[in-house]
Design a protein. Structure first.
Length: 153
C-alpha cells in the first residue's frame, strides 16, 4: 500500500511539473508580427527555457508535450528548450540560442521545417508530425536559426 501511495505522489508531482513547464515555456515566448503565412513572411523570436541539474535531460524531454514541436540546445534533449508556439508562422530562435540546436522532438501535428538563417532563409530539412525525439545529424547540428510548421500537415 505504501508503494502505491508513493507512486501516486510521484505521478502527481510529475503531472504538476509538466503543467508548470508548459506554462513556463509559453511564458518565455516572445511574439511579434503574426501576418506571415509562409516562409517568405515576417518572423517571430522563440525565447529559450533552460533546464539545469543532474536530471536536466530527463526534465527537458518530459517538458515537450504531445502537440508541441521542441528544439533543444544539446543532444538527448539537454540544455535549453524552445517550444514552437504556433503553426503557419516563421519563428526565429532567440539570438542567445541561434545556431545552437542539437536535438529536437516534433510532437506536433504538422511537419517541422528547419532553416539555417533567420526568416526561413535556407532550408536544412523537415521532420514529420508526431516523430520520435532525435539528435540532429552532424550536417544540421548547431545550424538552425528559424523554423516553420504549416498548419494541418
Amino acid at each position: 500500500m505504501k508503494n502505491k501511495i508513493t507512486l501516486a505522489a510521484v505521478g502527481a508531482t510529475l503531472l504538476l511539473a509538466s503543467t508548470m513547464g508548459t506554462a513556463l515555456a509559453q511564458d518565455q515566448t516572445q511574439t511579434g508580427s503574426s501576418s506571415a503565412t509562409a516562409p517568405a513572411g515576417d518572423s517571430q523570436v522563440i525565447k529559450p527555457v533552460h533546464f539545469s541539474g543532474a536530471d536536466a535531460r530527463i526534465k527537458a524531454w518530459d517538458q515537450c508535450h504531445h502537440g508541441q514541436a521542441c528544439l533543444f540546445q544539446n543532444s538527448d534533449g539537454g540544455g535549453s528548450m524552445w517550444v514552437v508556439p504556433s503553426c503557419n508562422q516563421i519563428w526565429n530562435l532567440d539570438p542567445s540560442m541561434n545556431n545552437r540546436t542539437s536535438s529536437l522532438w516534433n510532437r506536433a501535428g504538422s511537419t517541422l521545417n528547419v532553416y539555417n538563417g533567420n526568416g526561413g532563409n535556407t532550408m536544412l530539412g523537415s521532420y514529420g508530425a508526431f516523430g520520435p525525439p532525435i539528435n540532429l545529424p552532424g550536417s544540421f547540428n548547431d545550424k538552425i536559426s528559424s523554423v516553420y510548421a504549416p498548419c494541418g500537415g
